[in-house]
Design a protein around this ligand. Sequence first.
Ligand SMILES: [Zn+2]
Length: 180
Amino acid sequence: MPGIAEGLRDVVDLRGKDSRERPMALKLNHAQMEAIRRHAAEEYPFECCGVMLGKVDDVCKAVGEIVALKNLRRESARAQEWLPVDDPTRESGRNRFLIDPLDQLRIEKDGRARSLEVLGYYHSHPDHPARPSIYDREHAWPWYSYVIISVERGVPGDLTSWVLAEDRLAFRAEEVEIVS
Ligand SMILES: [Zn+2]
């Protein structure tokens, strides 16, 4: 994925900033981890994507549900309508993901009805490390957790989570806590 080296440089530690930027852990259980890993393997060599719904308190975001979504970038014509890229053959479902805004609205509404909020998003990096790219940073929002899982030759590997700073200039690594 282009821009990974630059992405690394942008990773900074924001401990000590105000409360909205105070690091919180992302809590996932084994079944949720496994669901993300399975989805990433199934979609290889394309990027998978999905939403994490759950509850938040002062110290953590506890994931309640993983919702696998289709990567709209695989439907090039429709993806271009929503969020055009310069060269759809270079920026495709293999190195980009795009969540259908209609899916996004539906998930948010369903979640609200069950008192679950959107905690963040996950996507895979086929044959690339689990580090955010410049593109990932430019299309992220502060506060949300962005989980990235690397998939090397079809086998899911490292899983990391990232939070964008309020000024949107840098991602910081977020602790991922696996609970049983
Ligand atoms: Zn990415």
